[in-house]
Design a protein around this ligand. Sequence first.
Ligand code: NAP
Length: 259
Amino acid sequence: MDLGLTGKRAIVCAASKGLGRACAFALAREGVDLVITARTAGPLEATAAEIRAESGVDVKAVPGDIATEQGRADALAACPEPDILINNAGGPPQGDFRDWDREDWIAAVDANMIAPILMIRAIVDGMIGRRFGRIVNITSGSVRSPIPTLGLSNGARAGLTGFIAGLSRETVRHGVTINNLLPGPFDTDRLRDTFAAAARKAGTDPETEAERRRQTNPAGRFGQPPEFGALCAFLCSVHAGYITGQNVLLDGGAYRGTM
Ligand code: NAP
């Protein structure tokens, strides 16, 4: 299927690794020119070089923290009029809410709620004026089914989800869709870190914890980042203009609801 994206421009936030990287690769394969961001310049430049070599599109690597004013300004300066915006940032740490103070909550809300909203604010009216825009926010399966140890994530992402539910109905008649992609367990550094922590706690090893977790998933495996990137690219395509305000779960069936 031709997704109709050749020559479009995208900002993909937090894209040197994992799910953001997979979205960047999938868009580049469709001929989309990219600005990609991450805090650490080395891996970001390496990812940009790999994407350029594979797809031949224009890729600008813009190092910076997307949770900061400067990080957002730099990304937007490199691509002031994107057709596509993929919002992403690292997830907050696990823990017990009794241990978190105001600064912990502010950091989580900054990265996982306010940063995507401010990125959208900066570009959405341009998209509306050009009558085409696709915005995808990478959130989490924890929005649908909260994870007790991820209270910071459950809370901050719920705020973003509520905001998007309203805005996405205002923009769609102008050709601008906004959707959220909710990953379950995907095979990335972030997921592997949780097994290392679980193994330390249980006195086992990370692979034992990983296998235990795989077997609790109906698919018997973790998601692979390219599967995530492919759906992201479809939601950005010209064929997806009637899909907006949705929270699309990719979790191998882990969420056991009928709807
Ligand atoms: P990952 O493999 O750890 O990759 C995170 C990427 O984001 C890296 O490129 C990282 O680079 C960048 N990044 C992190 N914080 C940033 C910031 N403030 N500004 C700019 N770039 C930033 O993580 P992932 O698994 O792809 O997860 C992506 C998102 O999905 C996270 O919010 C995570 O909580 C959520 N999620 C993931 C899973 C899963 O199973 N993988 C499940 C549910 C939800 P630098 O460190 O150099 O900045």
